[in-house]
Design a protein around this ligand. Structure first.
Ligand code: TRP
Ligand code: SF4
Length: 335
C-alpha cells in the first residue's frame, strides 16, 4: 500500500479554499493509502518563532478542522510534527544535499520573501536560516514516513519538487532508501476569493471559513463580486465573470444550468442569486459543522487521536530512520 503524507501549518482556521484545494481529496484518498496528516507546528514556528502561543492554540484548531471535514482517525494518522523528532534528525542530513542558491530559487520561498518585504520592509538581513530551510524540513516530513503521495494545493508544488531532488540525491549517494514523492492536485488546485482575487487567503480577507456561522456566511456572500455590467436586476449578464456563479459551480449546485441561463437572459437578480448561494454553502457545511460540534464537546477524544496518531508516526519514522542511519554508516552500535 502506498503512503500519503501531507498537512498544514497551524496558523489559522481552514476555509473553503483549503477544502476544495486539497482537503476534499485527502478525505477521499485516505481509504486507499496508508495516510499521515501532519500538523506542522515546527514549520509554523519558522514564521512565528516569537509567537509560540499562536502556534499552540492553532494546533487544536487544525485538528478540529481536519476531523470535521471527515479525516477519519481510523484511516489516517493525524500527528504533531514536533513530537516526531526523527524529522528533525533527517532535516540535518538532508541539509547537505541542497545548495543555498537553490533554496533561494524556490518560487514559493521567493514569493513569501517578497510578501514579507512588502509587509515588514524586511531586508535580506532578517531572513532566517529556519525560513530559508523549511522546504528541507518539509522534504524530511515526507521522507521520514517514506511518503509516495502528497495531496496539496498548488502553492506547495515547488516544495514537492525540491523534496524529489533531495531524495534523488540521497538515493544516489547513500543507496536506494526513499520513494520519490509525487504531488497530487485537486481539480481546482487554487480557489479564487469572493472578491475575485486569484486566491482565497486569510491575508486577503476574502475567505469563508469552514467554521463560519450562517449569518457570517450570508453576509460574506452578499459582498461577492458579480458581473460589473449588470446594474438592474433584469439586465442580462455574463456568469463567467461572476464570483457567485464560480461558487455555485464549486459547491456543485444541481441547478447550475438554470442559474446560467437565467443570468444570461436577465431573468435572475443578483441578490436572489447570492441568497441561494449562501443557503447552499450553509447546507454544504452543515455535516462538517455537526462533526466539529461533536469534537468540540470532546476535547479528550481529540487529545487521544493526536497522541495515537503521533505514536504511530513515530514508530514508522523510527523504522525508516534505522535504514537511513545504516545507509549513511551511522549505525555505530547496531551491528
Ligand atoms: N507547507 C505546508 C503548509 O504551508 C505544510 C507542510 C509541512 C507540508 N510539511 C509538509 C505539506 C509536508 C505537505 C507535505 O501548510
Ligand atoms: Fe452572478 Fe447570479 Fe448576478 Fe448572474 S445573476 S451576475 S450569476 S450573481
Amino acid at each position: 500500500m502506498k503512503t500519503i503524507l501531507t498537512g498544514d501549518r497551524p496558523t489559522g482556521k481552514l476555509h473553503l479554499g483549503h477544502y476544495f484545494g486539497s482537503l476534499e481529496n485527502r478525505v477521499k484518498m485516505q481509504y486507499d493509502y496508508d495516510t499521515y496528516i501532519l500538523i506542522a507546528d515546527v514549520q509554523a514556528l519558522t514564521d512565528n518563532f516569537n509567537n509560540p502561543e499562536k502556534v499552540r492554540e492553532n494546533v487544536r484548531e487544525l485538528a478540529l478542522d481536519y476531523l470535521s471535514v471527515g479525516i477519519d482517525p481510523k484511516q489516517s494518522h493525524i500527528y504533531i510534527q514536533s513530537l516526531v523528532p526523527q524529522t528533525a534528525e533527517l532535516t540535518v542530513y538532508f541539509s547537505n544535499l541542497v545548495s543555498v542558491p537553490r533554496l533561494f530559487r524556490n518560487p514559493t520561498t521567493k514569493f513569501e520573501l517578497t510578501q514579507k518585504q512588502e509587509l515588514f520592509g524586511n531586508t535580506g538581513e532578517s531572513i532566517t536560516y529556519g525560513f530559508l530551510g523549511y522546504p528541507v524540513s518539509q522534504a524530511a516530513d515526507i521522507a521520514t514516513v517514506n511518503g509516495n503521495i502528497v495531496p496539496v494545493g498548488e502553492d506547495q508544488l515547488p516544495h514537492i519538487e525540491q523534496a524529489r531532488e533531495i531524495v534523488r540525491k540521497f538515493n544516489n549517494i547513500y543507496g536506494d532508501t526513499f520513494n520519490e514523492p509525487e504531488a497530487v492536485l485537486s481539480d481546482n488546485p487554487r480557489i479564487k476569493g469572493l472578491d475575485g482575487s486569484e486566491k482565497m487567503s486569510k491575508s486577503l480577507n476574502n475567505c469563508i471559513y469552514l467554521s463560519d456561522d450562517d449569518e457570517t456566511i450570508t453576509k460574506k456572500v452578499m459582498t461577492a463580486v458579480t458581473d460589473p455590467n449588470k446594474i438592474r436586476k433584469d439586465d442580462p449578464a455574463n456568469p463567467e465573470v461572476c464570483m457567485v456563479y464560480y461558487y455555485h459551480k464549486l459547491i456543485k449546485n444541481p441547478n447550475i444550468s438554470t442559474v446560467c441561463t437565467e443570468c444570461r437572459n436577465g431573468e435572475r437578480g443578483c441578490v436572489f442569486c447570492k441568497k441561494e448561494l449562501a443557503r447552499n454553502i450553509i447546507e454544504f457545511l452543515k455535516p462538517i459543522q455537526e462533526r466539529r460540534k461533536y469534537y468540540e464537546e470532546r476535547p479528550e477524544e481529540i487529545e487521544r487521536i493526536l497522541k495515537e496518531g503521533t505514536e504511530a508516526t513515530r514508530k514508522k519514522a523510527e523504522e525508516i530512520m534505522k535504514r537511513v542511519r545504516e545507509n549513511m554508516k551511522l549505525n555505530y552500535f547496531d551491528e
